[in-house]
Design a protein around this ligand. Structure first.
Ligand code: TMP
Length: 217
């Protein structure tokens, strides 16, 4: 059995958080030591950074400052949570990681890709996911779900990213699909328009195959 560092990626409202949590819960049930974590905001310091990044009042946040804040969040997260867990032989399941920065700040915001990749590598201490699931669905479906979630929860209004124009989210979606095409060994694109249970099952089957885990799917 191989210990894995698994990341979940996708546009707003694609359902990745639900699926990442479900996978972690399932693996724990079989006695696997799993750390479930998120970006941005996987540490105490990161939670403060997340509040600034997602606050819809911060419309004037400069793109370079935004990039630096995501990378700062990651540097803290890798140092404090991800690296220690992997060093201890634990599995790590992370809701978003470096690929989000490539797609959102690099492709969608147009920040210099060399800079994005250099900062990513440094902040992640060279750590790369073993497996990355991209939950893919049309932008209209994802944003519809994200909006519904905000209305139903206590979150007032939309986050800074949900307020972006639909073209921005289309760029993000395209960016993920391009990354996945270019790295077929690490990425698995999942059709996220279907039911939660069947998506969960599909994800688990891939995890079992890649890790050679001997547990039921
Ligand atoms: P979440 O909605 O998955 O919690 O992610 C928060 C937002 O942060 C989401 O709109 C994507 C964005 N994001 C980036 O733009 N760059 C990054 O590097 C990360 C991790 C997230």
């Amino acid at each position: 059995m191989t210990r894995l560092f698994i990341t979940f990626e996708g546009i707003e409202g694609c359902g990745k958080t639900t699926q990442a949590r479900r996978l972690a819960k399932h693996l724990k049930r079989y006695g696997i030591s799993v750390v479930f974590t998120v970006e941005p905001g996987g540490t105490r310091i990161g939670k403060g950074i997340r509040r600034i990044l997602l606050n819809s009042r911060n419309k004037d946040l400069a793109p370079l400052a935004e990039l630096m804040m995501y990378v700062a969040d990651r540097a803290q997260h890798v140092e404090e949570v991800i690296k220690p867990a992997l060093d201890e032989g634990k599995w790590v399941i992370c809701d978003r990681f470096s690929d989000s920065t490539v797609v959102y700040q690099g492709w969608a915001r147009g920040q210099d890709m060399w800079l994005v990749k250099t900062l990513n590598k440094r902040s992640a201490q060279g750590i790369e996911p073993d497996l990355t699931f991209v939950l893919d669905c049309p932008v209209e479906v994802g944003l519809g779900r994200a909006l519904k979630r905000d209305v139903e929860s206590t979150i007032k209004g939309q986050s800074r990213f949900e307020n972006e124009k639909i073209a921005f989210h289309r760029q993000v979606r395209k960016g993920y699909l391009k990354l996945a095409r270019e790295n077929p060994g690490r990425f698995i694109v999942i059709n996220a328009s279907g039911g939660r249970d069947s998506i969960q099952h599909e994800i688990l089957e891939h995890v079992i195959r890649v890790s050679k885990l001997g547990i039921p799917g």
